[in-house]
Design a protein around this ligand. Structure first.
Ligand code: NAD
Length: 495
């Protein structure tokens, strides 16, 4: 059995806790590896290594940090294919999704390569006689990232690229469900010349997460995952005096107005709802069909569903792969069952699709006439299930978006610029798309939701990332004019 161990101080370190978790190939259902789960002592050892590495790393020049990140960027670029294969084998996503994930992660690395520019401070000359003030940004120390299963390469890159560029050292605690890509990344960082101890990987579960949240030498924690765990991470981490940014779950609504291009909206809904088997935090999970667009839109979405090829992610023909685990697959199917029991209309029933073998596959579902009191509306299903809620007016649609507990992303489809502008003003969500179903910000903006989709006040990567991983210091200095000095410094005396 392949064993996945920790990566500390530039080398693979076998776990000592005696605890492991299984890692599956979701396309076959077979266990492929086992991953070590760290004990409190193993987390402490990794933090100590990162703390010792910090002393030198924070003194490294900006150009050296940038040069290492540029080299890492090139290595990542050259190894896209191998990393994509790792993503597919443990997560199950199809090749195109895996390559897309790497491309979006690369953008964050490219942003971090610009650290010398991004870390510039400010300067005010002569705030009083012979007094100047300047501000500088300094790293925090050891910082940690705790990441979810659904983007095992990209989400770590949201975090560590900026954190390291700012002069911090990093502990990554990836999802135990698909841990191998973090090891591949660790190797590339070492090959790029990153000093040992600056980037470390500790595999684990709640034991290691809780130790990270309590460890006095961990200064900041970035988390991405489900809302209950995000809340826990935020509360426990801040109670221990740390900076915490904790991104949670989502229930993203796509509002379609009666004037929308129905074909374009249906294409967008299908790719945003069922892409990556719906296991994206920016997946569209609710379409709000306004007025008389509903029947035509539901028909257009239903018509497209049978054309989606479901199969193993490493088959070039596949457009949608399996879900992450059997338990999760069964829970998604149970949401479809309860929606039907609660009176929704199953336009397409994914539970009826059959598959050969033991992979964690589930067919695609389209559920119409969903109402806000139904379980399928209130829960983050995180699978290939799209709910349609019918609204009579634009106002009703916006109320649905705004009354939903989550506020990650939302989108509007319309030909009316005024309606789109009003939606962008009124929607209570951190990321808004106009005729764009998955409005993930480019790397030089920042990513984050509102309400139950974010605990903390700082979004991830981009300018907010620089802000999160540094603390500012303001220096006020007085330097008397040397020509007035009582000591002869060689300047001509004027007074
Ligand atoms: P998860 O919350 O189960 O796990 C996330 C991380 O927390 C993992 O590293 C896991 O090991 C750890 N963890 C799990 N249970 C824990 C516990 N009891 N105590 C401490 N740590 C624990 O999430 P997941 O299933 O891996 O990922 C899917 C979720 O992530 C979805 O809810 C999705 O919306 C969300 N997500 C959000 C974003 C975003 O940007 N807002 C992005 C990607 C995924």
């Amino acid at each position: 059995m392949n064993r996945i161990s920790h990566y500390i101080n530039g080398k693979v370190v076998p776990g000592q806790s005696g605890r492991t978790a299984p890692v599956y190939n979701p396309a076959t259902g077979a266990q492929a590896s086992e991953v070590d789960l760290a004990s409190v002592e193993e987390v402490d050892a990794a933090v100590q290594v990162a703390l010792e590495a910090f002393a030198a790393w924070r003194k490294s020049s900006l150009s050296r940090r940038s040069e290492i990140l540029f080299r890492f960027r090139d290595l990542l670029d050259h190894n896209r294919s191998e990393l994509a294969a790792i993503l597919t084998s443990e997560h199950g996503k199809v090749r195109a999704d895996a390559m897309g994930e790497i491309a979006r992660g690369l953008e964050n690395v490219e942003f971090a390569c610009g650290a010398p520019h991004l870390l510039k401070g400010g300067y005010s000359e002569q705030v009083a006689t012979e007094v100047d003030v300047h501000s500088i940004r300094q790293p925090l120390g050891v910082v940690a990232g705790i990441t979810p299963f659904n983007f095992p390469a990209m989400v770590p890159m949201w975090m560590f690229a900026t954190a390291i560029a700012c002069g911090n050292t990093f502990i990554l605690k990836p999802s135990e469900k698909d841990p191998s890509s973090s090891m591949f990344i660790a190797d590339l960082l070492k090959d790029a010349g990153l000093p040992d101890g600056v980037f470390n990987v500790v595999h684990g579960d709640a034991v290691s997460v809780d130790r990270i949240l309590e460890h006095p030498d961990v200064k900041a924690v970035s988390f991405v995952g489900s809302t209950p765990i995000a809340r826990h991470v935020y509360e426990r981490g801040t109670a221990h005096g740390k900076r915490v940014q904790a991104l949670g779950g989502a229930k993203n609504h796509m509002v379609v107005l009666p004037d929308a291009d129905v074909a374009a909206a249906a294409d967008a809904a299908v790719s945003a709802a069922y892409g990556s088997a719906g296991e994206r935090c920016m997946a569209v999970s609710v379409v709000v069909a306004v007025g008389d667009v509903a029947d035509e839109l539901v028909g257009a979405i239903a018509e497209r569903i049978p054309k989606i090829v479901i199969g193993p992610g490493d088959d070039p023909a596949s457009e949608m792969g399996p879900l992450i685990t059997k338990v999760h697959r069964d829970s998604v199917a149970a949401h479809v069952t309860s929606a039907e029991e609660e009176g929704a209309t199953l336009v397409v029933d994914g539970r009826q699709t059959t598959f050969d073998g033991d992979g964690f596959f589930l067919g695609i579902s389209l559920v119409d006439h969903v109402t806000p009191d139904m379980g399928i509306y209130q829960t983050e299903v995180f699978g290939p299930v799209l709910a349609v809620v019918r609204a009579d007016t634009y106002d009703q649609a916006v109320t649905l978006v705004n009354e939903n507990a989550y506020g990650n992303g939302t989108a509007i489809f319309t030909r009316d610029g005024g309606a789109a502008r009003r939606f962008q003003f009124e929607a209570e969500a951190g990321m808004v798309g106009v005729n764009v179903p998955i409005p993930v910000p480019v790397a030089y903006y920042s990513f984050g939701g509102w309400k139950a989709s974010l605990f903390g006040d700082t979004h991830m990567y981009g300018p907010d990332g620089i802000h999160f991983y540094t603390r500012t210091k303001v220096v006020t200095s007085r330097w008397p004019d040397p020509t007035t000095s009582s000591v002869d410094l060689g300047f001509p005396q004027t007074r």
